[in-house]
Design a protein around this ligand. Structure first.
Ligand code: PLP
Length: 404
């Protein structure tokens, strides 16, 4: 029998994470014998309803929220769309100004741009070299016409953690202004206690914390009005029509509970592994670590490799059996330069050298040990190829350098 190819070293957990076996186990009954529709009145439906209620209760408790404050969705993007559009339309009579940051995920950035077409005014706050939003800037941007502020908890490309509790404090001083945070990347690593964060709306996606894809949640503080963005049935207290993904929701609640339970030890271990990898990669000539040096996600290493295309490095590493990315998974395959790195002050030619290595709970010491060899080697190889190309444009190419 031919030998099984070795499993790749997976360092792209910011894109998605594998489903945890315990989570799959919790989900399976609701894909099989307990398949009921939670809106059905019969026993099969009631069993699904009980699972849905239980999952809502568990997820809410883990975030310091009430069960009625949780709306289940199809993922991070839908949660964010519901939060932003729903709050914007509900607040239109009070004002039209929305304040956000220059480094948000496109799920936020493109949604507020869409809202601009309907007369909303969007203010995009700058960030510093490390990708941090200044709470003073938030305060200065909030006017009597402001209805909503949205700043992410942790950035998906460079891992910077934003001062959300402080921003929340400033926003709360302005009556009637809602505060949303995109906690999609932060979820497995940071405490999402909604009172501590001071948020009114918070978005989550299960697949970033070893839950299933296609399921997410939106926290909506009790008493806040958010207009539904899809019409249909009365599910989710009229806030999100459509039959709930019961198995996915059960899986998300289980995955989140497990990640909370293990957070301290996971964070401590990942920080150590991350620093080892970052030090090895940043030691290569012309490599700069990006994002905040300390206020950052525990498992995310982001660098800029000068003079080299980040996608060429990622492709070379893929051939070596290491999965990583250049930044946001949503930019993969496009020529678009990262708006995050641009906002942080990196010129386009430098931003093109971005490489992101994101670790996860199951990442091992041995994998990081191997990555500390593979990544610098791939960078050196691409740099030599880029140098050869510059010296002899017809004789060499970075693509050729990727061949065995
Ligand atoms: C920070 C952030 N927000 C939102 C999203 C969108 O989540 P989803 O793709 O699950 O809809 C992502 C996904 O990568 C993300 O990283």
């Amino acid at each position: 029998m031919p030998a099984m190819p070795e499993a790749p070293i997976y360092l792209d957990h910011a894109a998605t994470t594998p489903l945890r076996p315990e989570v799959l186990e919790a989900m399976l009954p609701y894909l099989q014998e307990r398949f009921g529709n939670p809106s059905s009145a019969h026993a099969t439906g009631r069993a699904a309803r009980a699972a849905l209620d239980d999952a809502r209760e568990r997820l809410a408790r883990a975030m310091g929220a009430e069960a009625r404050e949780i709306v289940f969705t199809s993922g991070g993007t839908e949660s964010i769309n519901l939060a932003l559009k729903g709050a914007a339309w509900a607040g239109k009579a009070r004002g039209h100004r929305i304040v956000t940051s220059a480094i948000e995920h496109h799920a936020v950035g493109h949604t507020v741009r869409y809202l601009e077409k309907f007369g909303f005014e969007v203010v995009e706050l700058p960030v510093d070299r490390y990708g941090r939003v200044d709470p003073d800037d938030v305060e200065a941007a909030v006017t009597p016409k402001t209805i909503l502020v949205s700043v992410m908890l942790a950035n998906n490309e460079v891992g910077t953690v934003e001062p959300i509790a402080e921003i929340g404090r400033r926003v709360r001083a302005h009556k009637g202004v809602l505060f949303h945070t995109d906690a999609v990347q932060a979820a497995p690593y940071l405490d999402l206690d909604v009172a501590t964060l001071g948020v009114d709306l918070l978005s989550l996606a299960a697949h970033k914390f070893e839950g299933p894809k296609g399921v997410g949640a939106l926290y909506i503080r009790h008493g806040i009005q958010v207009l539904p963005q899809q019409q249909g049935g009365s599910q989710e207290r009229f806030r999100r029509a459509g039959t709930e993904n019961v198995a996915g929701i059960v899986g998300m609640a289980r995955a989140y509970e497990l990640s909370c339970r293990e957070r301290r030890s996971t964070v401590a271990r990942l920080r150590r592994l991350r620093d080892r990898l970052r030090n090895a990669v940043a030691a290569v000539d012309g490599v700069e670590a990006t994002g905040h040096p300390t206020e950052r996600l525990p498992g995310l290493v982001s660098v800029i490799v000068r003079g080299v295309d980040g996608s060429a490095v990622a492709t070379a590493l893929d051939l070596d059996g290491l999965a990583c990315s250049t930044g946001s998974a949503c930019l993969a395959g496009s020529d678009e330069v990262s708006h995050v790195l641009s906002a942080m002050g990196y010129p386009d030619d430098e931003a093109r050298g971005a490489v992101r290595l994101s670790l996860g709970r199951a990442t091992t010491e041995a994998e990081i040990e191997r990555a500390t060899e593979l990544v610098p080697a791939a960078i050196e190889m691409q740099r030599r190829a880029a140098g050869a190309l510059a010296a002899d444009p017809l004789g060499a190419s970075p693509a050729a350098a990727q061949l065995p």
